[in-house]
Design a protein around this ligand. Structure first.
Ligand code: ZN
Length: 136
């Protein structure tokens, strides 16, 4: 696993933003950092839960929605996800489907706990066949 200084810096951003998560219902705080090709800015997100549950948003979607509002649709270079679990947690299927609009299937997703990045997987490993009937 090749962890560059840029990815380490993104991991730190994800670790930091995770502390801002609003997770009073699950007590499962998540931080995410997303890098886009051709852009230096790293977009971060944390999970924000809501008493209605349906109004909750994951850290990963929080980050990508912020990026679209800021730089428009761009191609993902990599994603970092940090949770408190020792074993790395993967993005949920709803987040993967959202990401599917923005990634090449081979883009890496770095999964981390509070100490380090422990695993790297690709989007196509996580979501081999995304829903895409509107773009087919
Ligand atoms: Zn999610």
């Amino acid at each position: 696993m090749n962890i560059t200084d840029d990815i380490k810096a993104s991991y730190q951003l994800a670790l930091d933003v995770r502390l801002k998560a609003h997770a009073p219902y699950s007590n499962f705080k998540v931080g995410s950092a997303v890098k886009f090709k051709g852009h230096d800015q790293i977009f971060v997100g944390c999970n924000v839960e809501n008493a209605s549950y349906g109004g909750c948003i994951c850290a990963e979607r929080n980050a990508i929605l912020n990026s679209v509002a800021t730089i428009g649709k761009s191609e993902i270079e990599y994603v970092v996800v940090v949770t408190q679990q020792e074993e790395p947690a993967v993005p949920c299927a709803l987040c993967l489907q959202t990401f599917a609009e923005f990634y090449d299937p081979d883009v890496p997703v770095y999964l981390a706990n509070l100490k380090e990045i422990t695993k790297v997987v690709t989007f196509k490993e996580l979501l081999p066949i995304p829903f895409n009937s509107f773009t087919a």
